[in-house]
Ligand binder design. Structure first.
Ligand SMILES: Cc1cc2nc3c(=O)[nH]c(=O)nc-3n(C[C@H](O)[C@H](O)[C@H](O)COP(=O)(O)O)c2cc1C
Length: 377
Protein backbone atom coordinates (compact mmCIF):
# COMPACT_ATOMS: atom_id res chain seq x y z
CA UNK A 1 0.00 0.00 0.00
CA UNK A 2 1.35 3.40 -0.94
CA UNK A 3 -0.10 6.05 1.23
CA UNK A 4 1.46 9.45 1.59
CA UNK A 5 -0.49 10.17 4.75
CA UNK A 6 1.71 8.01 7.02
CA UNK A 7 2.31 10.87 9.37
CA UNK A 8 -1.40 11.37 9.85
CA UNK A 9 -1.27 8.39 12.16
CA UNK A 10 1.06 10.21 14.53
CA UNK A 11 -0.29 11.60 17.73
CA UNK A 12 -0.36 15.28 17.00
CA UNK A 13 -3.07 15.23 14.37
CA UNK A 14 -5.28 13.08 16.48
CA UNK A 15 -4.99 14.97 19.68
CA UNK A 16 -5.98 18.20 18.04
CA UNK A 17 -8.91 16.74 16.14
CA UNK A 18 -12.12 18.45 17.29
CA UNK A 19 -13.87 15.11 16.85
CA UNK A 20 -12.20 13.79 19.97
CA UNK A 21 -14.65 15.03 22.52
CA UNK A 22 -16.08 13.04 25.38
CA UNK A 23 -19.34 11.26 26.04
CA UNK A 24 -20.10 12.78 29.38
CA UNK A 25 -23.44 14.52 29.36
CA UNK A 26 -26.99 14.30 28.09
CA UNK A 27 -28.07 11.44 25.86
CA UNK A 28 -26.86 10.23 22.50
CA UNK A 29 -28.06 8.00 19.69
CA UNK A 30 -25.68 5.06 19.36
CA UNK A 31 -24.86 3.89 15.83
CA UNK A 32 -25.36 0.39 14.43
CA UNK A 33 -28.01 -2.27 14.64
CA UNK A 34 -27.49 -2.82 18.37
CA UNK A 35 -28.07 0.86 19.00
CA UNK A 36 -29.64 1.85 22.25
CA UNK A 37 -30.15 5.28 23.67
CA UNK A 38 -27.39 6.29 26.08
CA UNK A 39 -29.23 7.74 29.03
CA UNK A 40 -28.13 10.35 31.49
CA UNK A 41 -28.10 7.58 34.11
CA UNK A 42 -25.34 5.85 32.10
CA UNK A 43 -23.03 8.59 33.27
CA UNK A 44 -22.70 7.99 36.96
CA UNK A 45 -22.42 11.12 39.07
CA UNK A 46 -18.99 11.34 40.58
CA UNK A 47 -17.92 13.19 43.66
CA UNK A 48 -14.19 13.83 43.96
CA UNK A 49 -12.54 11.66 46.56
CA UNK A 50 -11.71 13.32 49.82
CA UNK A 51 -8.03 13.98 50.17
CA UNK A 52 -6.27 10.98 51.66
CA UNK A 53 -4.32 11.28 54.83
CA UNK A 54 -1.78 8.95 56.33
CA UNK A 55 -4.63 7.69 58.54
CA UNK A 56 -6.70 6.42 55.58
CA UNK A 57 -6.12 2.70 55.15
CA UNK A 58 -5.32 1.47 51.63
CA UNK A 59 -8.32 -0.74 50.80
CA UNK A 60 -6.31 -3.36 48.91
CA UNK A 61 -2.71 -3.16 50.08
CA UNK A 62 -0.25 -5.04 47.86
CA UNK A 63 3.47 -4.86 47.19
CA UNK A 64 2.62 -2.55 44.26
CA UNK A 65 0.70 -0.05 46.42
CA UNK A 66 3.52 -0.17 48.97
CA UNK A 67 6.35 0.34 46.53
CA UNK A 68 4.68 3.13 44.53
CA UNK A 69 2.68 4.74 47.36
CA UNK A 70 -0.68 4.03 45.68
CA UNK A 71 -4.18 3.81 47.07
CA UNK A 72 -5.35 1.26 44.50
CA UNK A 73 -3.26 -1.51 42.86
CA UNK A 74 -4.29 -0.21 39.45
CA UNK A 75 -1.99 1.04 36.70
CA UNK A 76 -3.17 2.85 33.59
CA UNK A 77 -2.01 1.24 30.34
CA UNK A 78 0.11 3.67 28.29
CA UNK A 79 -2.36 3.64 25.40
CA UNK A 80 -1.02 5.40 22.32
CA UNK A 81 -3.34 8.27 21.32
CA UNK A 82 -5.86 7.63 24.13
CA UNK A 83 -3.77 8.08 27.29
CA UNK A 84 -2.63 11.69 27.33
CA UNK A 85 -1.65 13.82 30.31
CA UNK A 86 -5.25 14.36 31.34
CA UNK A 87 -6.05 10.66 31.75
CA UNK A 88 -2.67 9.81 33.28
CA UNK A 89 -3.07 12.62 35.84
CA UNK A 90 -6.64 11.54 36.61
CA UNK A 91 -5.51 7.99 37.38
CA UNK A 92 -2.65 9.12 39.61
CA UNK A 93 -4.88 11.69 41.34
CA UNK A 94 -7.40 8.93 42.03
CA UNK A 95 -4.78 6.79 43.76
CA UNK A 96 -3.60 4.58 40.89
CA UNK A 97 -0.51 4.99 38.72
CA UNK A 98 -1.02 6.84 35.45
CA UNK A 99 1.09 6.42 32.33
CA UNK A 100 1.14 8.72 29.31
CA UNK A 101 0.98 6.65 26.12
CA UNK A 102 4.18 7.75 24.38
CA UNK A 103 3.42 5.18 21.67
CA UNK A 104 5.57 5.50 18.59
CA UNK A 105 7.49 8.44 20.08
CA UNK A 106 6.44 11.98 19.22
CA UNK A 107 8.60 14.17 21.46
CA UNK A 108 6.55 17.37 21.15
CA UNK A 109 3.35 15.55 21.97
CA UNK A 110 4.86 13.76 24.98
CA UNK A 111 6.38 17.02 26.25
CA UNK A 112 2.95 18.67 25.98
CA UNK A 113 1.34 15.83 27.97
CA UNK A 114 3.98 16.20 30.68
CA UNK A 115 2.97 19.85 30.96
CA UNK A 116 -0.57 18.67 31.72
CA UNK A 117 0.44 15.88 34.11
CA UNK A 118 3.20 16.31 36.67
CA UNK A 119 5.92 13.83 35.59
CA UNK A 120 6.79 13.13 39.21
CA UNK A 121 3.36 11.49 39.52
CA UNK A 122 2.96 9.77 36.14
CA UNK A 123 5.06 7.49 33.96
CA UNK A 124 5.62 7.37 30.22
CA UNK A 125 5.18 4.28 28.06
CA UNK A 126 6.82 3.45 24.74
CA UNK A 127 6.49 0.83 22.04
CA UNK A 128 9.90 -0.78 22.45
CA UNK A 129 10.72 -1.58 18.81
CA UNK A 130 9.80 1.97 17.81
CA UNK A 131 11.66 3.93 20.53
CA UNK A 132 14.69 1.66 20.01
CA UNK A 133 15.12 3.50 16.69
CA UNK A 134 15.47 6.85 18.49
CA UNK A 135 16.94 6.09 21.93
CA UNK A 136 17.81 9.78 22.40
CA UNK A 137 14.07 10.39 22.78
CA UNK A 138 14.09 8.10 25.79
CA UNK A 139 16.95 10.15 27.28
CA UNK A 140 14.97 13.37 26.70
CA UNK A 141 11.96 11.94 28.47
CA UNK A 142 14.08 10.59 31.33
CA UNK A 143 15.20 14.20 31.76
CA UNK A 144 11.65 14.99 32.92
CA UNK A 145 12.20 12.50 35.77
CA UNK A 146 8.95 10.60 35.17
CA UNK A 147 7.56 8.33 37.88
CA UNK A 148 8.40 5.26 35.72
CA UNK A 149 9.09 4.12 32.16
CA UNK A 150 7.01 1.40 30.52
CA UNK A 151 8.32 -0.65 27.60
CA UNK A 152 6.24 -3.09 25.60
CA UNK A 153 6.55 -5.05 22.36
CA UNK A 154 10.19 -5.89 21.79
CA UNK A 155 13.38 -6.76 23.65
CA UNK A 156 13.95 -4.19 26.44
CA UNK A 157 17.56 -5.20 27.19
CA UNK A 158 19.24 -2.57 25.05
CA UNK A 159 17.22 0.36 26.44
CA UNK A 160 17.01 -0.79 30.05
CA UNK A 161 20.48 0.38 31.18
CA UNK A 162 19.58 4.03 30.31
CA UNK A 163 16.45 3.75 32.45
CA UNK A 164 18.18 2.01 35.34
CA UNK A 165 21.05 4.55 35.25
CA UNK A 166 18.50 7.35 35.65
CA UNK A 167 17.11 5.57 38.73
CA UNK A 168 13.68 5.38 37.09
CA UNK A 169 11.51 2.31 37.78
CA UNK A 170 11.11 0.09 34.69
CA UNK A 171 7.85 -1.63 33.77
CA UNK A 172 8.12 -4.27 31.03
CA UNK A 173 4.97 -5.65 29.45
CA UNK A 174 5.40 -9.23 28.24
CA UNK A 175 3.26 -11.64 26.28
CA UNK A 176 4.95 -14.98 27.05
CA UNK A 177 7.01 -16.71 29.72
CA UNK A 178 10.08 -16.40 27.50
CA UNK A 179 9.51 -12.62 27.28
CA UNK A 180 9.32 -12.55 31.08
CA UNK A 181 12.74 -14.21 31.34
CA UNK A 182 14.13 -11.50 29.05
CA UNK A 183 12.46 -8.78 31.14
CA UNK A 184 14.02 -10.19 34.32
CA UNK A 185 17.41 -10.10 32.61
CA UNK A 186 16.74 -6.47 31.64
CA UNK A 187 16.20 -5.67 35.33
CA UNK A 188 12.47 -4.86 35.14
CA UNK A 189 11.07 -3.62 38.45
CA UNK A 190 7.55 -4.58 37.39
CA UNK A 191 6.58 -7.18 34.80
CA UNK A 192 3.15 -6.81 33.22
CA UNK A 193 1.81 -10.13 31.93
CA UNK A 194 -0.49 -9.26 29.05
CA UNK A 195 -3.02 -11.78 27.83
CA UNK A 196 -4.57 -11.89 24.40
CA UNK A 197 -7.91 -10.50 25.62
CA UNK A 198 -6.22 -7.11 25.81
CA UNK A 199 -7.21 -4.16 23.67
CA UNK A 200 -4.62 -2.86 21.22
CA UNK A 201 -1.50 -4.83 20.39
CA UNK A 202 -0.70 -8.18 21.90
CA UNK A 203 -0.02 -11.82 21.22
CA UNK A 204 -1.78 -15.16 21.69
CA UNK A 205 -1.39 -16.33 25.34
CA UNK A 206 -4.45 -15.90 27.57
CA UNK A 207 -4.36 -13.88 30.80
CA UNK A 208 -5.69 -16.73 32.95
CA UNK A 209 -2.65 -18.99 32.46
CA UNK A 210 0.05 -16.44 31.67
CA UNK A 211 -0.29 -14.56 34.96
CA UNK A 212 0.14 -17.52 37.37
CA UNK A 213 2.89 -19.01 35.19
CA UNK A 214 4.88 -15.78 35.41
CA UNK A 215 4.02 -15.44 39.11
CA UNK A 216 5.65 -18.85 39.65
CA UNK A 217 8.65 -17.86 37.55
CA UNK A 218 9.15 -14.66 39.57
CA UNK A 219 8.70 -16.43 42.91
CA UNK A 220 11.40 -18.90 41.91
CA UNK A 221 13.91 -16.65 40.19
CA UNK A 222 13.25 -12.97 40.91
CA UNK A 223 11.05 -12.53 43.98
CA UNK A 224 11.66 -8.76 44.22
CA UNK A 225 10.18 -8.17 40.76
CA UNK A 226 6.51 -7.18 40.99
CA UNK A 227 3.83 -8.54 38.69
CA UNK A 228 0.77 -6.88 37.14
CA UNK A 229 -1.89 -8.70 35.14
CA UNK A 230 -3.26 -7.18 31.95
CA UNK A 231 -5.89 -8.16 29.42
CA UNK A 232 -9.60 -8.25 30.12
CA UNK A 233 -9.57 -6.57 33.55
CA UNK A 234 -12.42 -4.08 33.68
CA UNK A 235 -14.03 -4.37 37.12
CA UNK A 236 -13.49 -5.60 40.66
CA UNK A 237 -13.96 -9.22 39.62
CA UNK A 238 -10.99 -8.97 37.26
CA UNK A 239 -8.90 -7.15 39.86
CA UNK A 240 -9.70 -9.72 42.57
CA UNK A 241 -9.00 -12.61 40.19
CA UNK A 242 -5.64 -11.11 39.18
CA UNK A 243 -4.56 -10.80 42.81
CA UNK A 244 -5.64 -14.40 43.47
CA UNK A 245 -3.64 -15.54 40.42
CA UNK A 246 -0.53 -14.08 42.04
CA UNK A 247 -0.34 -10.54 40.66
CA UNK A 248 0.53 -7.50 42.80
CA UNK A 249 -1.78 -5.30 40.76
CA UNK A 250 -3.43 -4.82 37.39
CA UNK A 251 -2.81 -2.82 34.24
CA UNK A 252 -6.06 -1.49 32.82
CA UNK A 253 -6.50 -0.23 29.28
CA UNK A 254 -9.96 -0.59 27.77
CA UNK A 255 -11.93 0.29 30.93
CA UNK A 256 -9.98 3.51 31.41
CA UNK A 257 -10.16 4.24 27.67
CA UNK A 258 -13.92 4.48 28.30
CA UNK A 259 -13.67 7.59 30.47
CA UNK A 260 -14.17 11.28 29.69
CA UNK A 261 -10.49 11.93 30.43
CA UNK A 262 -9.32 9.66 27.60
CA UNK A 263 -8.61 11.17 24.19
CA UNK A 264 -11.27 9.17 22.37
CA UNK A 265 -14.04 10.35 20.05
CA UNK A 266 -17.68 10.27 21.13
CA UNK A 267 -18.41 7.98 18.19
CA UNK A 268 -15.79 5.41 19.20
CA UNK A 269 -17.00 5.47 22.80
CA UNK A 270 -20.55 4.98 21.55
CA UNK A 271 -19.49 2.09 19.28
CA UNK A 272 -17.79 0.41 22.25
CA UNK A 273 -20.84 0.81 24.52
CA UNK A 274 -23.01 -0.75 21.82
CA UNK A 275 -20.71 -3.79 21.49
CA UNK A 276 -20.36 -7.06 23.34
CA UNK A 277 -17.17 -8.98 24.04
CA UNK A 278 -17.79 -10.98 20.85
CA UNK A 279 -17.28 -7.91 18.69
CA UNK A 280 -13.47 -7.67 18.67
CA UNK A 281 -10.84 -9.26 16.47
CA UNK A 282 -7.02 -9.57 16.58
CA UNK A 283 -5.76 -8.41 13.23
CA UNK A 284 -2.90 -6.68 11.41
CA UNK A 285 -5.02 -4.73 8.97
CA UNK A 286 -5.04 -1.52 11.01
CA UNK A 287 -1.21 -1.60 11.04
CA UNK A 288 -0.87 -2.44 7.36
CA UNK A 289 -3.10 0.47 6.40
CA UNK A 290 -0.97 2.84 8.53
CA UNK A 291 2.28 1.36 7.13
CA UNK A 292 3.52 0.60 10.63
CA UNK A 293 6.30 -2.01 10.80
CA UNK A 294 4.93 -4.13 13.60
CA UNK A 295 6.76 -7.44 14.19
CA UNK A 296 4.58 -10.25 12.85
CA UNK A 297 3.81 -11.84 16.21
CA UNK A 298 1.90 -8.75 17.43
CA UNK A 299 -1.61 -8.09 16.18
CA UNK A 300 -4.03 -5.43 17.39
CA UNK A 301 -7.39 -6.13 19.00
CA UNK A 302 -10.00 -3.77 17.56
CA UNK A 303 -13.76 -3.66 17.11
CA UNK A 304 -14.76 -5.54 13.98
CA UNK A 305 -16.29 -3.36 11.28
CA UNK A 306 -16.63 -3.20 7.52
CA UNK A 307 -12.90 -2.50 7.13
CA UNK A 308 -11.80 -5.59 9.07
CA UNK A 309 -14.52 -7.70 7.39
CA UNK A 310 -13.16 -6.65 4.00
CA UNK A 311 -9.43 -6.97 4.59
CA UNK A 312 -8.74 -9.39 7.47
CA UNK A 313 -7.43 -12.54 5.76
CA UNK A 314 -6.65 -10.57 2.63
CA UNK A 315 -3.59 -8.75 3.95
CA UNK A 316 -1.50 -9.14 0.77
CA UNK A 317 -4.24 -7.45 -1.25
CA UNK A 318 -4.47 -4.65 1.30
CA UNK A 319 -0.73 -4.00 0.96
CA UNK A 320 -1.27 -3.45 -2.76
CA UNK A 321 -4.62 -1.73 -2.53
CA UNK A 322 -5.45 1.62 -4.10
CA UNK A 323 -3.98 4.50 -2.00
CA UNK A 324 -7.54 5.75 -1.58
CA UNK A 325 -8.15 2.85 0.83
CA UNK A 326 -5.40 4.09 3.15
CA UNK A 327 -6.46 7.71 2.82
CA UNK A 328 -10.02 6.85 3.75
CA UNK A 329 -8.92 4.93 6.87
CA UNK A 330 -6.59 7.71 8.00
CA UNK A 331 -9.20 10.41 7.47
CA UNK A 332 -11.69 8.30 9.38
CA UNK A 333 -9.14 7.87 12.18
CA UNK A 334 -8.50 11.62 12.37
CA UNK A 335 -12.28 12.12 12.59
CA UNK A 336 -12.65 9.42 15.26
CA UNK A 337 -14.97 7.49 12.96
CA UNK A 338 -15.46 3.85 14.06
CA UNK A 339 -16.84 2.85 10.66
CA UNK A 340 -14.05 4.12 8.40
CA UNK A 341 -11.16 3.38 10.79
CA UNK A 342 -10.81 1.05 13.78
CA UNK A 343 -11.66 1.33 17.44
CA UNK A 344 -8.83 -0.15 19.53
CA UNK A 345 -10.40 -1.91 22.49
CA UNK A 346 -10.29 -5.32 24.13
CA UNK A 347 -12.67 -8.15 24.91
CA UNK A 348 -13.48 -6.28 28.13
CA UNK A 349 -15.68 -4.06 25.99
CA UNK A 350 -18.53 -6.43 26.90
CA UNK A 351 -18.10 -5.41 30.56
CA UNK A 352 -18.17 -1.67 29.88
CA UNK A 353 -21.62 -0.10 30.02
CA UNK A 354 -20.88 3.50 30.95
CA UNK A 355 -18.51 6.32 30.15
CA UNK A 356 -17.71 7.68 33.58
CA UNK A 357 -14.92 9.55 35.31
CA UNK A 358 -11.65 7.79 36.02
CA UNK A 359 -11.88 8.35 39.76
CA UNK A 360 -15.25 6.57 39.89
CA UNK A 361 -13.93 3.64 37.83
CA UNK A 362 -11.00 3.14 40.21
CA UNK A 363 -13.14 3.45 43.34
CA UNK A 364 -15.69 0.93 42.04
CA UNK A 365 -13.05 -1.53 40.85
CA UNK A 366 -11.21 -1.41 44.13
CA UNK A 367 -14.26 -1.57 46.39
CA UNK A 368 -15.84 -4.44 44.44
CA UNK A 369 -12.57 -6.41 44.58
CA UNK A 370 -12.26 -5.74 48.31
CA UNK A 371 -15.82 -7.02 48.91
CA UNK A 372 -15.22 -10.15 46.82
CA UNK A 373 -11.91 -10.97 48.44
CA UNK A 374 -13.37 -10.46 51.93
CA UNK A 375 -16.32 -12.67 51.07
CA UNK A 376 -14.02 -15.45 49.86
CA UNK A 377 -12.05 -15.20 53.11
C1 LIG B 1 -6.60 1.97 22.78
C2 LIG B 1 -5.43 1.16 23.25
C3 LIG B 1 -4.15 1.57 22.90
C4 LIG B 1 -3.04 0.84 23.38
N1 LIG B 1 -1.80 1.30 23.10
C5 LIG B 1 -0.73 0.73 23.70
C6 LIG B 1 0.56 1.30 23.56
O1 LIG B 1 0.76 2.30 22.88
N2 LIG B 1 1.59 0.72 24.23
C7 LIG B 1 1.40 -0.38 25.03
O2 LIG B 1 2.34 -0.84 25.65
N3 LIG B 1 0.19 -0.98 25.14
C8 LIG B 1 -0.88 -0.44 24.51
N4 LIG B 1 -2.12 -1.00 24.65
C9 LIG B 1 -2.25 -2.28 25.39
C10 LIG B 1 -2.23 -2.00 26.89
O3 LIG B 1 -0.92 -1.77 27.33
C11 LIG B 1 -2.80 -3.14 27.75
O4 LIG B 1 -2.03 -4.31 27.61
C12 LIG B 1 -4.23 -3.51 27.48
O5 LIG B 1 -5.03 -2.38 27.30
C13 LIG B 1 -4.77 -4.33 28.64
O6 LIG B 1 -5.97 -4.97 28.30
P1 LIG B 1 -7.41 -4.29 28.45
O7 LIG B 1 -7.53 -3.38 27.29
O8 LIG B 1 -8.33 -5.45 28.39
O9 LIG B 1 -7.45 -3.57 29.76
C14 LIG B 1 -3.24 -0.31 24.17
C15 LIG B 1 -4.53 -0.71 24.50
C16 LIG B 1 -5.62 0.01 24.05
C17 LIG B 1 -7.00 -0.43 24.46
Amino acid sequence: MRCSARTLSRQTGLQTSPAFGNVTRGSWRLPGSHARRLERSDVIAFRPRRATSSLDPVPLPTRLTDRFGLEHPVVLAPMAFAAGGRLAAAVSDAGGLGFVGGGYGNKDWIDAQLEIADPSTVGVGFITWSVARTPELLDDILGHQPRAIFLSFGDPRELAPRIKKAGTPLFCQVQSREDAEVAIEAGADVIVAQGSEAGGHGDTRGTFTLVPEIADLLAASSPETLLCAAGGIADGRGLAAALVLGADGVLVGSRLWATPEATVSNAMHAAALASTGDATIRTSVADIVRELDWPERFTARVLRNRFTDTWHGDEAQLRNADPAVGRDWLEGWADGDPERSNTFTGEAVGLIHTIEPTGAVLEQMSSQATRLLRRSG
